[in-house]
Write a protein that binds this ligand. Sequence first.
Ligand code: GLP
Length: 261
Amino acid sequence: MEIIIQPTANAASVIAARLIARQVREKPDSVLGLATGSTPIATYQELIRLHREEGLDFSRVTTFNLDEYVGLQAEHPASYHAFMDLQLFSHINIPRERIHIPDGMAADVPAECARFEAAIRAAGGIDLQLLGIGSDGHIGFNEPSSSLASRTRIKTLTERTRADNVYNFGGDFAKMPLHCITMGVGTIMETRAVLLLAFGAGKAQAVAEAVEGPITAMNPASILQMHPVAKCLMDEPAAARLKKCEYYRWVFDNKPQWQRV
Ligand code: GLP
């Protein structure tokens, strides 16, 4: 895992956007895996800026989102469909038919999960997967104890995740779904490159366990230690509990020119 610690979340987000932009410029028909939550918003804002001001072209890009709540219409303001539209898709030139988000309203959830996996395969696999991390170490909605080999499936949200995200539902737990559809940990591990973002002190423990702890289903992000191309971009508060901070900084500052962002 490559650990990149930046002074602010914004600085880290600009790097993340540059890495995504580089991927799209080098391979205009890239397949991107996208994430929701507050964490990637600044990265999406920078991508929108790059699209508007520098002509970053998404016309041949295909996207797959990690997850969606079960039982929410795409039009529901707290759905991840609505989030992606608001934060990214309505501001860039990506064709609608190239956007894939699990359908939380599917009558047959296992069939929807199988369809989603098949669509990823048909697109040739995901080139670059953007990830946030839950305060309990989840990636996508793969909560602690998720199989590290899991595929896209239904999951039940933990109380902690529900508490972290209930603000999207006006603070009302009764309005918040209990279930979601999420790409599996195994699905995420098959992506060609991973970019995990972690911001704020609330993520420090999960990040320390994921990066420097043992690989365990109790912190699903820890499996990224086994991913061949995983970068973890964070701000200072999220890095606060890492033991080898100085080493990670030294590595970043001494990269050969051709490896710099
Ligand atoms: C949700 C999403 C995750 C995201 C996490 C963190 O659970 N399913 O993909 O990483 O929230 O959210 P935030 O970025 O708001 O801290």
